[in-house]
Design a protein around this ligand. Structure first.
Ligand code: HEC
Ligand code: HEC
Length: 335
C-alpha cells in the first residue's frame, strides 16, 4: 500500500512535468540547442472540420492507444494492439520531443528502404512495425480509420517541413559506447535506485485507476506480458540505453541528462535481460544479414560473435568484422 502511494505520488509529479531528483549526480552534457521540444503547430487551433477532427483523433490514438485499439476494448475487431501501452510512452510528448523518438517531419521521409524488411516501406508499414513489435499486436489495414487518423496526425506534425529538409533530434540520441559489455548486474542496482519508484520492482509499471475502467498505465511496464516484444526497437540495447539516457527519469531531456552514459548502458542491459513476449519468425528479419544492426538481440548473424555479445556489446569488434565481410563481398547494387 505504501509502495503504491509512493509510486502514485511519483507518477503524479511526472504528469506535472517534474522530474524526480535521484541520488545520482547530474551528468555533464553540453547541448547544441536548449529547446528539447519541436515547435509543433497548436492542434487546438485546427478548425472543427473533417480534417481537424481526423488529426485530433490521430493524436488521441497516439496518446491513449489502449483505449481505442488495445486488448481490452469492447469490440474484439478493434483489438489490434496486444498490450496496453500507448505510442506516446516511447514517442514522448505525443511525438514532439527531440531524442524522444519524435514523429515529426516524417511525411517526406517515406517510402524508405528498411533493412529489417529488406525493401522500401511506406509510413503505414513503418507504423505497423510498431504495431506488431512495440505494441505486440497485429497490423492495421492501410485503410482502417485508425490508421488514417494516426497518419493524418503524423502528417500534421510535418507541417512546414520542406521535403528533404534536415532536422535534428531524431531517434533517441547517440551517446558514446562502452568498450566493455554492458552489465545487467550493475544495472539492477541502478534500477533499484533510479527506476523502481515509478516502474515498480518487477518492471510492471503503474496502472491507472481500474475502478473507473481506464485501461492504460500512468507509468508503462518495462518487461513482462504487457510490454513490447523481443522484436521491438526498444529491445535493442543501443536504442533503449540512449532513450533512457536522454529521457529518464521521465521529465529529463538531452539538455540535461540525469544518468551518466555508463549508468544508462548498464541499466538498459538489466531491462533487456528481463522476460518479455516473443515474436514469431524473427529469423526472417534483415534478409541481408550484413545489414543487421550489431545489437539485434536475435540471430541468425553473419559474423561469428555470440548472441550474448550482440545483446550487451562491446559492439566495436562486431562492427569491424561486418565491415571486413562487406568489403570481401564487394560492391552490391544499392537496393
Ligand atoms: C518519475 C517516474 C519515472 C522514473 C523515475 C523512470 N521512468 Fe521510465 N517512464 C516513466 C513514464 C511516465 C514513461 C512514459 C512517458 C509518457 O508516456 O509520456 C516512461 C517510459 C519509459 C520507457 C519507454 C516505455 C516502455 O514501456 O518501455 C522506458 C524504456 C523507461 N521509461 C525506462 C526507465 C528506466 C530504465 C528508468 C530508470 C533509469 C526510468 N524509466 C525511470 C516514468 C519514469
Ligand atoms: C515500446 C516503445 C514504442 C512504442 C509503444 C511505439 N513505438 Fe514507434 N518506435 C519505437 C522506436 C524505438 C522507434 C525507432 C527505432 C527503430 O526503428 O528501431 C520507433 C519508430 C516509429 C516510427 C518511425 C520513426 C522514424 O523516425 O522513422 C513510427 C512512424 C512509429 N514508431 C509509430 C508508432 C506508433 C503509431 C505507435 C503506436 C501505435 C508506436 N510507434 C508505438 C518505439 C515504440
Amino acid at each position: 500500500m505504501f509502495q503504491y502511494s509512493l509510486r502514485a505520488a511519483a507518477a503524479a509529479l511526472v504528469l506535472a512535468g517534474v522530474a524526480i531528483s535521484s541520488s545520482q549526480g547530474l551528468a555533464q552534457t553540453h547541448a547544441p540547442s536548449p529547446d528539447p521540444f519541436w515547435n509543433v503547430p497548436d492542434i487546438g487551433s485546427l478548425p472543427d472540420d473533417d480534417q481537424g477532427r481526423l488529426v485530433r483523433r490521430g493524436r488521441d490514438l497516439i496518446t491513449a492507444t489502449y483505449a481505442h485499439i488495445g486488448p481490452g476494448v469492447a469490440d474484439p475487431a478493434k483489438r489490434y494492439a496486444g498490450n496496453n501501452l500507448a505510442c506516446r510512452n516511447c514517442h514522448l510528448d505525443a511525438g514532439a520531443k527531440k531524442f524522444g523518438n519524435p514523429l515529426w517531419g516524417l511525411l517526406g521521409q517515406f517510402p524508405q528502404y528498411d533493412a529489417e524488411q529488406g525493401e522500401a516501406i511506406s509510413l503505414e508499414q513503418r507504423l505497423n512495425a510498431c504495431m506488431t513489435r512495440s505494441m505486440n499486436g497485429r497490423p492495421l489495414p492501410a485503410d482502417a480509420p485508425e490508421m488514417r487518423a494516426m497518419v493524418a496526425y503524423i502528417a500534421f506534425l510535418s507541417s512546414g517541413v520542406r521535403p528533404g529538409e534536415t532536422l535534428t533530434g531524431y531517434g533517441a540520441g547517440h551517446m558514446p559506447e562502452l568498450d566493455r559489455a554492458a552489465d545487467p548486474q550493475r544495472g539492477r542496482e541502478i534500477f533499484q535506485r533510479t527506476c523502481v519508484a515509478c516502474h515498480g520492482a518487477n518492471g510492471e509499471g503503474l496502472r491507472r485507476d481500474a475502478s473507473v475502467a481506464d485501461l492504460g498505465y500512468m507509468v508503462p511496464p518495462l518487461w513482462g506480458p504487457d510490454s513490447f516484444n523481443d522484436g521491438a526497437g526498444m529491445n535493442r540495447l543501443t536504442t533503449i540505453a540512449n532513450f533512457v539516457h536522454f529521457n529518464m527519469p521521465n521529465g529529463v531531456s538531452y539538455v540535461l541528462p540525469r544518468l551518466s552514459p555508463e549508468e544508462a548502458w548498464d541499466v538498459a542491459a538489466f531491462v533487456v535481460s528481463q522476460p518479455r513476449p516473443q515474436k514469431a519468425d524473427l529469423d526472417k528479419d534483415f534478409p541481408d544479414r550484413l545489414r543487421k544492426p550489431v545489437d539485434a538481440p536475435y540471430g541468425p548473424y553473419a559474423d561469428g560473435f555470440s548472441r550474448e555479445q550482440h545483446v550487451y556489446g562491446p559492439f566495436g569488434p562486431i562492427r569491424e568484422e561486418l565491415a571486413r565481410l562487406k568489403a570481401a563481398r564487394g560492391p552490391k547494387p544499392a537496393p
